[in-house]
Design a protein around this ligand. Sequence first.
Ligand code: NAG
Ligand code: NAG
Ligand code: NAG
Ligand code: ZN
Ligand code: ZN
Length: 856
Amino acid sequence: MNSFHVRLCRLLVVKGRALSAAVTVSRRHSSSHRSVFHFYRSMATFGDQFPAKRPQKQTLRRVKTKESRSKRGDVHGPSTVYVQVVGAGSRDSPASLYVFSEFNRYLFNCGEGTQRLMQEHKLKAARLDNIFLTRLSWENVGGLSGMILTLKDTGVPECVLSGPPQLRNYLHAIKSFSGPLVDIKLSVRPYTEEMHRDETMTVYQVPIFAKSRSDRGRNSSKSGRSSPAQSSPKRDEFHHNGRVDESGERRVAARDASLVIAFVCKLHPKKGNFLVAQAKELGLPVGTAAIGPLITALKDGKTIVHDGKEIRPEQVCTPTDPGPVFIVVECPSEEFIEGVCTNQQLRRYQTGGAEDSAVLVVHMTPESVLETDQYKEWMERFPSTTEHLILNEQVCTVHNIRSHKIQTQLNMIHPEIFPELKAYKAKQPQAALHVPNVRAECLLKFQLRPVMEWQRDAVSSCSSEEFVKEASEVTNFLEEVEKCRRTCSAEERELSVPGEKYPEVVFLGTGSALPMKIRNVSGTLVNISPSQSLLLDCGEGTFGQLCRHYGDDVDDTLSKISTVFISHLHADHHTGLIKLLYQRQRALASLGRPFSPIYLVAPAQIMAWLGQYHDYCEEILSHFNHIPNRFLCDDAEVSKPKTHSFIQAMLKKNNLEEFRTCVVRHCKNAFACSFVHQSGWKLAFSGDTMPCDAFVNIGKNATLLIHEATLEDELEEEAVEKRHSTTSQAIGIGMKMNADFIMLNHFSQRYAKIPLFSEDFSDKVGISFDHMKICFRDFKILPKLIPALKTLFAEELEEMEERREKRELRNPRGSSNEVVSEQKMFRRSEVERGAKRDQEEEEEMHSIDTKRLKTS
Ligand SMILES: *[C@@H]1O[C@H](CO)[C@@H](O)[C@H](O)[C@H]1NC(C)=O
Ligand SMILES: *[C@@H]1O[C@H](CO)[C@@H](O)[C@H](O)[C@H]1NC(C)=O
Ligand SMILES: *[C@@H]1O[C@H](CO)[C@@H](O)[C@H](O)[C@H]1NC(C)=O
Ligand SMILES: [Zn+2]
Ligand SMILES: [Zn+2]
């Protein structure tokens, strides 16, 4: 059975399982019979659908060529290899590196937002062979859960993670919310295993232990187990709840913050090129069959005799490239300096003769470490030919051109509602280093082969003037903006008393499923008062969004967040929480304010993830007081005095009169919430759900309803299947609720820039964008922005309309199988237009988005 068949069978098994799940659903809700039918239909067409999908096909082809290459025993080193910066290490974009060769692609570290960055910059995640992780810290692994889900959805059969042995536990923690992840083979290659060797290079993992614990670390590494974590007061209580791991045994905590892994990568040698002209001159039989063996011998470095003449290899061949070495090292804090600087394995590449000395050292090292004498001296011990690349918070680079572009253009429509993006600037000056060094920039490359050199051609610059100019050239845009300004200022004048500034709502992520160019995943900040904030959902990258929204004020903002509500455990709603908690702790410390835990209002099941992360990865349980969502449901009995007191304290802290939740129609343990402030306003937040009466009930008479509107009206069936709402359903709920105003959000990524409008839009409805900031007095203004928005995005809207019309033509309303036909449509219309890369990529994303919606 070839790999194609294996994969196909596996997919069928998965489909079968999904099918039985759908059947269970339909027993509960007879209304979704149609979706089951839909399922059978898609299964029937599945056979010919499958090979047509580009991502899987490409991946399979790649796996096959690889297999045949290794069977042939090809061991020619790669001829093109470069190291490229993905995340440059700024506070909102953790350090990560991409390494390319014609045979393999690698990623070093995968913090939050890495996947999104790779997508924006067309570094295909689906091509990754290996992910190397220097340390088990959220900075390095925070983006892995999203990345793995995407690799799985793209059809990547296998993913190998190298680094700390605790990565195994981290994968378990991910599975606590993602499910079993059966259709991707995940494995961990801990540093204790032998080196990794593939067609491109050999990678040696070098463990480095923190000074204070180095002895213990070394001993534990021999047994392959790590040292136990320091116990935290909460842990025991946590275990007391009787949670056990999969094997049924009570888990023993095994965190190890004292370990980092450096990676020494040595490219395979590449034989020199045969110089035809020179060979001819020397009288070699170029162009005849006899030349073959001669070339082989010469390339192997042997001297030959031809026509009685001795010919040395260097006369007709360029020299063999023995294979350069590059090193990736993280030295996260002072504790590790000793370990890095005295490490014998690394030392070999400083003075180990010309052949072995590193040509490039990538330092993921903060300024406070770089400026120590010991680290400086260590850097100086490399030969002067070694290049040093530094990734840390002191970088100055733009990662996200596309969001700058859209934000600059939205800002033209309304400067307060769409404020310009900001950047957090590190306060510390750059250390004065005595070796030449290069500071990272997003997409900067160091090429190792064919020619060793820095390459800046991919580094992009970002010009607001360009963006403004581009928008100004859109037909009618400036006129619409002007009209919008006039109506808005008229509205504002009408308000005799200036409206209240609080509460203020900042949309941080308004897309569903996976973070993309224009929309990040769920996160909504509610600033209740100048000193109190509450966060509704916290998808991957929520902290980064706060950074880009508040710039240098991000610490102040974080310090005010006292409560986080998590609606349900889909990756686009909660995987940004851990980073938010660590960054909040850092903010409080740097502002000199006392630490206090947040109130975490979240499904009880979130503890499986947080608990495993706490036990094996990093301390997290002391950062929050958990209030399980179900205790805020109307009929709940709160028997535990502690939970009761948390609820009271949470209400008091936020000046709230009530905070209610209800179970919604989405996945298991999915909740919506509503809360009422002492001054009388009420906010209702849907999380993800199909239209839900329980939610109408708890949201009655809300001042503001924030409701998901994942799909356009015509995709009602898909909405049912994936248990989301359409635009009109969301508006309908708002009407039933008697909400004063409805903000739609959580749009499918296929509506990247703007969702399709429906006839139900009224002057009570607004649509959200990332970084949009509104307060209640803006309700009158928001609908007035829509004409300008429609003009700015006219092209996108037209395209989406076209797609919708074609779909209608082929499948009059009510017939099933819309998704599949939409995909076909999409593909065809793209081909018709002769459009290339961008659309291809979007199409690929569209298909991932279609799959992922089920779990978003
Ligand atoms: C989404 O997050 C990425 C980082 O993960 C960031 O670069 C980008 O600017 C964000 N998008 C928007 C629209 O803010
Ligand atoms: C580590 O192991 C060595 C012997 O292998 C032993 O002498 C030493 O005391 C151990 N250190 C610790 C901290 O256990
Ligand atoms: C909602 O408002 C209406 C009047 O506008 C009132 O009759 C009704 O009692 C209110 N419902 C709740 C639950 O507050
Ligand atoms: Zn979602
Ligand atoms: Zn969801």
